[in-house]
Unconditional design. Sequence first.
Length: 157
Amino acid sequence: MGTLIPSDYLILDTRYKKRNDRYPLKIRVVYNRAAKDFKTGIDLKKEEFEQAYTDKPKSQFKELSVRLFAIKSRADKIIKDIGIFTFQKFEDAFYMRLKDASNVFPFFEEYIQLLKDEERIKTATSYSTAMNSFKAFKSKIGFYDISSDFLKSTING
């Protein structure tokens, strides 16, 4: 099992200065010594970030400070409640794109569409064939239903 470091800080990505002299605010999550940054949708000047992201912000930065700590708290809660961690699960929860792990077919369909959009028709056809084979075996399959025994039973009929 990997090591998950809670999102103990927000970062201002100063590598990307926007036209309005602001930088994107991101939240960094570290898992197994790999870091991944997630956009928050907030752009700030360096001074705004430094003044708001402190324990005792000045009055003109209190509202912004509350927003920043709310984002951090939401990320911390997701990390605490996520169970088996993956960056994709965190991203889906953070951006509120939750998917139902009790049914794999919407995931198949989404990926098949992505392959078609990329004009990778042969690969999309292979995934469609696999999905249809699973559907013929069982109308609803969850991710936790898939095991080596399950795959053996689908092959052997």
